[in-house]
Write a protein that binds this ligand. Structure first.
Ligand SMILES: Cc1cc2nc3c(=O)[nH]c(=O)nc-3n(C[C@H](O)[C@H](O)[C@H](O)COP(=O)(O)OP(=O)(O)OC[C@H]3O[C@@H](n4cnc5c(N)ncnc54)[C@H](O)[C@@H]3O)c2cc1C
Length: 302
């Protein structure tokens, strides 16, 4: 499927590195994932646009990769082009109470930047790994808030490579979901924040971090919550009720600390993780009559 033509065309049309057979475990918080056929490290929007157009013309699938903290890449890797966005689009600009953040900005940096300016509204994201782009795509959130709460605009490229600015009224967000076009690449997002008190903001951030460190196995590699919480329930509590906490398959384990986290104890494969996912879904379905829906995105080949 990957013709010499797409290689040549990518290399000639794109600024930035193009590498072949790059192992994706280096780029995921699970530390798991087989190789990508082609991995592109674009230097700017023009490179992303060119890559999207080439993939379209050549019929090659692509995957947008931010911080890799919500992804399980299967052991066979990804057949197609991975667009690596972390490290590009890292600009942070402020005009009054409005902050424009590049898609590659780490959430921790966004939270610290806003706190320094006494701008309140993103504290709930303290401790959430990953980038602004990945967080907007999946409407990341915690402690009753989410990134969509103060989001007012998103600049993106469609899968055709066309650039648009979506204002808030053109986007819908719900629990861990956004209505942004399938296959789009988010370049930048704007947030209208509230003027607050730096001390108060810092206190909220610390409280969130303390609670996160107390309740989550942050010392282990994971991809955060494996499943979305079903309405009125917690996925972790259901997994605990069916007695699966601490269960291991290969190098993977359902965290004894939090039933909705699968952790990599070292050397876990995607196959191990998927076996645990299947076990959790089956037992919760059979014993609790609840269908657990994945929050983690699973990509790639077995
Ligand atoms: C310890 C731990 C704790 C976590 N806690 C939370 C939490 O409290 N709340 C929460 O919501 N999540 C949490 N997560 C999950 C994860 O951090 C978030 O989902 C985060 O927003 C993912 O961002 P990312 O940049 O890593 O995205 P990736 O994992 O790289 O990608 C996730 C999805 O977004 C897409 N994507 C990434 N960047 C872009 C872009 N620029 N344009 C278009 N699409 C893009 C990818 O194609 C993929 O479909 C946690 C993860 C870990 C490891």
């Amino acid at each position: 499927m990957l013709t010499p033509s797409i290689r040549e065309r990518l290399e000639s049309q794109i600024r930035g590195r193009v590498v072949y057979g790059e192992p994706l475990d280096k780029y995921t918080s699970f530390g798991i994932g087989g190789p990508a056929d082609i991995m592109v490290f674009p230097e700017g929007a023009a490179d992303v646009r060119a890559a999207l157009r080439l993939c379209r013309e050549e019929g090659v699938p692509y995957l947008v990769l931010g911080g890799g903290s919500n992804l399980l890449v299967r052991d066979g890797g990804f057949r197609g082009v991975v667009l690596h966005l972390e490290g590009v689009f890292t600009q942070l600009n402020v005009e009054g109470n409005r902050v424009w953040a590049g898609a590659g900005v780490r959430l921790s940096r966004l939270v610290a930047f806003c706190s320094k300016l006494a701008l309140s509204g993103v504290e709930c994201l303290a401790g959430v790994p990953g980038t602004v782009g990945g967080a907007v795509r999946g409407n990341a959130g915690a402690f009753g808030g989410s990134i969509a709460d103060h989001l007012v605009a998103v600049r993106l490229l469609t899968s055709e490579g066309d650039e648009h600015v979506f204002s808030r009224d053109r986007m819908e967000f719900s629990y861990r979901r956004s209505s942004l076009p399938e296959g789009c690449v988010i370049l930048e997002a704007a947030f209208d924040l509230e003027q607050g008190d730096t001390g108060e903001i810092r206190r909220r951030i610390s409280a969130n971090l303390v609670q996160r460190n107390r309740g989550q196995p942050v010392e282990w590699r994971s991809a955060g919550s494996v499943f979305k919480n079903p309405p009125g329930e917690y996925a972790g509590r259901l997994v605990e009720k069916v007695g699966l906490k601490g269960v291991r398959v290969g190098g993977a384990c359902i965290s004894p600390k939090h039933g909705n986290f699968i952790i990599n104890l070292g050397g876990a494969t995607a196959t191990d993780i998927l076996a645990l996912i299947d076990l959790m879904q089956r037992q919760v379905r059979e014993k609790m009559q609840v269908e657990l829906e994945l929050e983690v995105r699973v990509v790639g080949e077995d």
